[in-house]
Design a protein around this ligand. Structure first.
Ligand SMILES: NC(=O)c1ccc[n+]([C@@H]2O[C@H](COP(=O)([O-])OP(=O)(O)OC[C@H]3O[C@@H](n4cnc5c(N)ncnc54)[C@H](OP(=O)(O)O)[C@@H]3O)[C@@H](O)[C@H]2O)c1
Length: 104
């Protein structure tokens, strides 16, 4: 999940983690954050329910593509001023599908 430090992203993350649906209740949500202190705060709040990944942000498109290619679902709750960063998430997800690595 990208941009969980923001208002929208933090709200979505909290809802996903507290959801009791069997498909979500034990899941670990990986979160992209730009600073280690943000990662620390999220780990304090959610413990083992999240994994934190440091990134440079929505302009680091190669990183976004490579990262998204490891996931079945990405939530990008960040600023809408970086459309190429948003597109990079889609490109990474598409690469995963193309390579047949999607979860059953
Ligand atoms: N809040 C609303 O009611 C509302 C309603 C409709 C639409 N929206 C839209 O939803 C989006 C998020 O809104 P928000 O209220 O959650 O904003 P926010 O609280 O200001 O949060 C912005 C988030 O985007 C991240 N971000 C900003 N620039 C970035 C970059 N270059 N690379 C990576 N991450 C970056 C911030 O990360 P850092 O913490 O690292 O800075 C933060 O997580 C915006 O596009 C907004 O227009 C919001």
């Amino acid at each position: 999940m990208a941009c969980a430090t923001g208002y929208v992203g933090g709200t979505v993350l909290d809802h996903v983690i507290k959801d009791t649906n069997p498909s979500l209740k034990d899941s670990v949500i990986d979160v992209l954050v730009r600073r280690e202190d943000q990662a620390e705060r999220l780990r304090e709040a959610y413990g083992g329910r999240i994994g934190t990944i440091l990134w440079k942000g929505l302009t680091d498109e190669d990183f976004i593509i490579d990262t998204a290619a490891n996931y079945d679902i990405v939530i990008n709750a960040g600023s809408g001023f970086f459309p190429s960063g948003a597109a990079a998430f889609v490109e990474g997800l598409a690469r995963r599908v193309k390579n047949g690595q999607r979860a059953p």
